[in-house]
Design a protein around this ligand. Sequence first.
Ligand code: ATP
Ligand code: MG
Ligand code: MG
Length: 352
Amino acid sequence: GATIGILGGGQLGRMLSVAAARLGFRCHIYEPAPQPPAGDVAHRVTTAPYDDTAALHAFAESVDVITYEFENIPTAALDLLEALRPIRPNRRALAISQDRQSEKSFLQELGLRTAPFAAVDDAEGLQAALSGIGTPAILKTRRLGYDGKGQARIMDRDQAAAALEAMAGAPAILEGFVRFSHEVSVIAARGLGGDVACFDPGENVHREGILHTTTVPARLTAAQRTDAILLAAQILNALDYVGVMGVELFVTDQGLVVNEIAPRVHNSGHWTQNGCAVDQFEQHIRAVAGWPLADGSRHSDVEMLNLIGDDIARLPDLARAPATAIHLYGKGEARPGRKMGHVNRIIRPAAR
Ligand code: ATP
Ligand code: MG
Ligand code: MG
């Protein structure tokens, strides 16, 4: 059987490895941190930093195709890997989504709506950006932010200095505050032959910057649902994308606004494990392996609840709850903000 190389050994790599194994593939995980969650279930793990060229070389030689579970892989490592094996999704998708500035520029070039934005490199730049965008606004690091880390809200101009301080010298982007009624995401997939399949949009609720629940179906009109799926497909087609992507959207009176895209399986797509015959992990493996995609259809209404830090203490009760599937990541210590697992509660069969 073929071997799939996965860059990153977190919970997403773990769940990708399980799906790949079910399809008869082996997974080789490349992860700098020791004892990664994916290590328990993958065929092989390389523990080495991204600047270890010998380890990268051996990894690439041992696999047929390379994919990834997180987007912040150093460029030099990707250059080396790409010369040896195909990387799916492709480099352009990675490069665009690694930087909030290039991501938003790309989305606007497609004619899609984003928050108003401006690059910010220093105090002067922040003042200029605030003059253009106004308050409230959010200052974010352009790169490496996740779970709301590297963000500072600016409700009033006198908070500008503190916000810039929070960026710790990193290049930043100022975003105007979007007045949304709620947040949804589309988990979309594109196959090697260019076919696109989307899962039904889910509705996302965040707590302290971290995804808390995703519920399907999302509160959307039929027109909004169509818009969401068409714009996701537009993004994947424009990138000649292969694999699963998460597209985060704000629902506003003026239509859907794209918040960000993630070139990988996505936390807000975990509900598919128990709401669909083929989940986002199998769908991603199918895509990167060049298999036909599943159609994304959903058989149940589902609520996904993330278990973060001490939430894991609710496990005995959740294990007794009806129609609730438990997914744990095999992480040891429950630190605050750490994603330990999630549960998918089936609410009812999907309406026909
Ligand atoms: P993730 O873990 O999803 O990658 P992240 O750290 O990249 O998160 P964002 O998705 O940019 O962060 O922002 C986190 C949350 O903050 C959003 O889901 C939304 O609730 C809120 N938010 C971010 N940007 C804006 C904005 N411009 N206007 C209003 N709310 C925003
Ligand atoms: Mg993000
Ligand atoms: Mg986000």
